[in-house]
Design a protein around this ligand. Structure first.
Ligand code: UT7
Length: 331
């Protein structure tokens, strides 16, 4: 059974820090090369924050832009959800910092941790409050400064990620528009394959945790790769089928951008042509919470979306978490 929510996206915006790190720049830091990175991941360059810029700052820029795009007064915002695995600090929540920065005086909010599926989770959770009638305007934001947790001595992870944020405004929808379905799941047995072991209550920061490089991303790439290829394709096909649709009914798939090969495997399973699958991993790398809203932003800017189009958002990430949202584009 599909899950309809009477909520729609009425605006989208993104923010990427101005500094760009190319594959050639990485060649100077770690034993890697442009050809390996391009052919194994699809990435050419990524944006990176300078010292002093954190997830809240990128989230704030994206939020301000979406408010401007939709002519929304910050005081009208009811709720702010920030999906991030790189919050400025463990607490207060990044959502509280954003609430203050943008002057959303009436809004409550919180952070949500679901790694690469984080934005899809935030969208579904935020939409519930709109669909229930409790709220009229909710900001769902994905923001990650992944470079703050990368080990630039580990070539298998440091080349994959970039920094960035995206935000959408959610508002009440008429029947048949907005979010038509969502599907999320967790397979916690996959937690050990992609994690940051240090800094939480299990391994609080000590000299030892720093020496052992526990405050960085640790990943068993091939295990995550296999899981992501299988689940992205399975879940996309499942959501399409259970809504009585065919792949060709989907105007655009906006997938999480972790590896171009994962995206192409899903695309092949659905039998979709390149122009119906949003790809920007070449320029941004994997921005974790930022990938899907940045994909939506680029799709709008490139006029790939028009009112009434069916859009499928897809993500798989650490946890393992998966997220899929089917929506009818509303503007
Ligand atoms: O968004 C969160 C979810 N994350 C993901 O979805 C990531 C999933 N995993 C992946 O995308 C891929 O597994 C990677 C891109 C991380 C790795 O690609 P792979 O095809 O699975 O390569 P591999 O890990 O099997 O490594 C193949 C070789 C190894 O060398 P040997 O042992 O064959 O001599 C690695 O040491 O490639 C080597 N290698 C590199 N070489 C140059 C690994 N990283 C690099 C590098 N530059 N940056």
């Amino acid at each position: 059974m599909s899950h309809r929510i009477a909520a729609k996206i009425t605006g989208v915006a993104g923010y990427l820090p101005p500094r760009i790190m190319t594959n050639a720049d990485l060649e100077k830091i770690v034993d890697t090369n442009d050809e390996w990175i391009r052919t194994r991941t699809g990435i050419r360059e990524r944006h990176v924050v300078d010292k002093g810029m954190a997830s809240s700052h990128m989230a704030t820029e994206a939020a301000r832009q979406v408010l401007a795009n939709t002519n929304t007064d910050p005081a009208e915002i009811d709720m702010i959800i920030v999906a991030s695995v790189t919050p400025d600090m463990l607490f207060p929540a990044t959502a509280c910092l954003v609430q203050d920065h943008i002057g959303a005086k009436r809004a409550w909010g919180f952070d949500l941790s679901a790694a690469c599926s984080g934005f899809a989770y935030a969208l579904t959770v935020g939409a519930q409050f709109v669909g229930s009638g409790a709220h009229k305007k909710v900001l769902a934001i994905g923001s990650d400064a992944m470079t703050s947790i990368l080990n630039y001595e580990d070539r298998a992870t440091c080349v994959l990620f970039g920094d960035g944020a995206g935000a959408v405004l959610l508002e009440p929808a008429a029947d048949g528009e907005g979010i038509l379905d969502f599907e999320h799941d967790v397979d916690g047995s996959g937690g050990r394959y992609l994690h940051m072991p240090g800094g939480g209550s299990l391994h609080p920061p000590t000299h030892e945790t720093v020496d052992k490089k526990m405050h960085y991303v640790h990943q068993e790439g091939s295990a995550v790769f296999k899981y992501a290829v299988r689940r992205m394709a399975e879940l996309a096909a499942h959501v399409v089928e259970r809504n009585g649709l065919k792949s060709e009914d989907i105007a655009l798939v906006v997938p999480h951008q972790a590896n171009l090969r994962i995206i192409r495997a899903m695309q092949e399973r659905l039998g979709l042509p390149d122009e119906r699958v949003m790809v920007n991993i070449d320029r941004y790398g994997n921005t974790t919470g930022g990938t899907i809203p940045l994909g939506l932003r680029d799709a709008v800017e490139q006029q790939k979306l028009k009112k009434g189009d069916l859009v499928l958002l897809m993500a798989v990430g650490a946890g393992y978490t998966t997220g899929s949202v089917l929506l009818r584009w509303a503007y």
